[in-house]
Design a protein around this ligand. Structure first.
Ligand SMILES: [Zn+2]
Ligand SMILES: [Zn+2]
Length: 175
């Protein structure tokens, strides 16, 4: 959805409340494609901030399915977005590039709401997603999900020289 901000930008004291639905059902991040489990409409409050500046305040709750880092089972991850952006309407697209402002959601005086939300989701993307703190992960030998059942693999089956390396590897493993 595109919103033209020029009217609000030029009129002192002017403000508007905007609600809009997001048009995308999945989200691309880091080479993966993640399904959106649930989304609420975006609520934006757009107001004139004086001197041809526009303040955008937004709130949105969105749930995205992200696989657990250890066992790959999908985890419904909640993004509680709450953001504000100030846009100087005096800036042209060229100015924005020159100032190195990452305003890929602005073209001229038009605000691209979906692009703005995409940015916010990216900024809030969790470093690590776990289905539970004590997720046992999957066996790297047979691929069994160790949360569901134990497998029969054990270190004894491996070459003893490898087992030493394996131990070192396990000790250094990020938990
Ligand atoms: Zn897990
Ligand atoms: Zn196994």
């Amino acid at each position: 959805m595109l919103i033209d901000l020029s009217d609000i930008g030029t009129k002192q004291g002017k403000e508007a409340d905007v609600k809009c639905e997001l048009g995308f059902d999945s989200f691309s991040y880091g080479g993966g494609e993640f399904l959106i489990a649930q989304k609420q409409p975006v609520s934006l409050k757009i107001s004139n901030a004086g001197n041809k500046k526009v303040l955008i305040e937004g709130k949105m709750k969105i749930k995205i399915n992200i696989p657990c880092d250890r066992c790959l089972q999908e985890v419904v991850t909640v993004f509680d977005l709450d953001f504000s952006r100030k846009i100087d309407m005096k800036d042209t697209d060229e100015d924005r590039i020159e100032n190195l402002d990452e305003m890929n959601y602005m073209t001229g005086s038009e605000l691209d709401v979906e692009q703005l939300i995409r940015n916010e989701i990216m900024v809030n993307w969790p470093m690590k997603v776990l289905c539970s703190e004590d997720c046992k992960g999957i066996c790297r030998n047979c691929g069994t999900n160790l949360n569901q059942k134990a497998c029969n693999c054990n270190k004894a089956e491996l070459d003893p020289r490898m087992a030493v390396i394996w131990d070192v590897f396990n000790d250094n493993k990020e938990v």
